[in-house]
Design a protein. Structure first.
Length: 281
């Protein structure tokens, strides 16, 4: 049903400033700049090996502008949504409806890239609250055109999304949706006793949805928290970031075996951001 984590959405006040921030963080140029006039939003997209990253700001009036403005008003800038991908949106809608969920017919979208005037088209289905679990999310199928690819990721550039972190107060409820309904592979379900924490790993399109359950009493069951980005050389990436004037912690051993990590502390538009290098054995 769900074939990939298609992209992540970050709400920002000033799109130009956010674009500048992330050009420095990622070490690559955006591949797309556009508008959703019917939604009242504008976006900038960075593309990676396994997913893409969308900066979204309000520009006019519409449901999208309301979403961005309300989110920033309540929580400040930051992660506001994740988008799941499918190869057959009609079949996905049918399967969800057969499981008893009220799913609207797919809506169609179209966008023009102001960089090169290319056109993309897609179809969306928006999910009911019992499937979003508090996170703005929808399912997408790309139907025409594609995002331009980055020709080369330098050794110091971010090249892929390693994982996205979601906090939950109901790991079993999360499993019921993501494993049993969305059919996403659950690769790990582990309790770490000394942290009093349960961790889930869902894997798809060479990235991980990491779900952390702790004893908290959030109103919403789930909340997007942060992102971990993969680099070929964290030493070179660290050097590049410091040169760009970005605050970044010293490199240290990661919790995962054979990894090195560093945390980016500035220019993230309120998105907790980790760099990770997987060391070759």
């Amino acid at each position: 049903m769900i074939s990939k984590l298609d992209h992540l959405i970050v709400a920002v006040n000033d799109l130009d400033e956010a674009e500048s921030n992330y050009k420095k963080i990622f070490g690559v140029e955006p591949v797309w700049k556009g508008e959703h006039k019917e939604l009242g939003t504008a976006n900038v997209i960075f593309n990676f090996k396994n997913t893409y990253f969308e900066l979204l700001s309000s520009k006019g009036n519409g449901l999208g502008a309301e979403l961005v403005n309300n989110s920033i008003s309540e929580n400040g800038e930051g992660l506001i949504g994740q988008v799941l991908g499918t190869e057959d949106i009609k079949e996905t809608r049918k399967l969800l409806a057969e499981k008893g969920f009220s799913i609207s017919e797919p809506s169609e979208g179209v966008g023009e890239n102001s960089i090169n005037k290319e056109i993309r088209k897609w179809k969306n289905i928006f999910l009911p609250p019992e499937l979003t679990r508090g996170i703005f999310s929808f399912i997408i199928q790309h139907t025409y055109g594609s995002l331009p690819q980055v020709e080369e990721y330098k050794i110091s550039s971010i090249n892929k999304l390693d994982h996205v972190v979601i906090n939950t107060n109901d790991a079993d409820g999360f499993i019921n949706i993501y494993k049993n309904i969305f059919n996403i592979r659950l690769a790990l379900d582990k309790v770490i006793e000394h942290w009093n924490t349960r961790i889930l790993f869902f894997r798809l399109n060479k990235t991980t949805i990491e779900v952390v359950e702790q004893n908290h009493k959030e109103v919403e069951p789930d909340k997007l928290w942060g992102l971990a980005w993969g680099v070929k050389s964290i030493k070179d990436a660290h050097k590049r970031l410091v040169k760009e004037g970005i605050e970044v912690t010293e490199i240290k051993q990661g919790l995962k075996e054979d990894t090195l990590v560093a945390t980016i502390k500035s220019h993230t538009n309120n998105v907790p951001t980790l760099l990770i290098e997987q060391l070759k054995k």
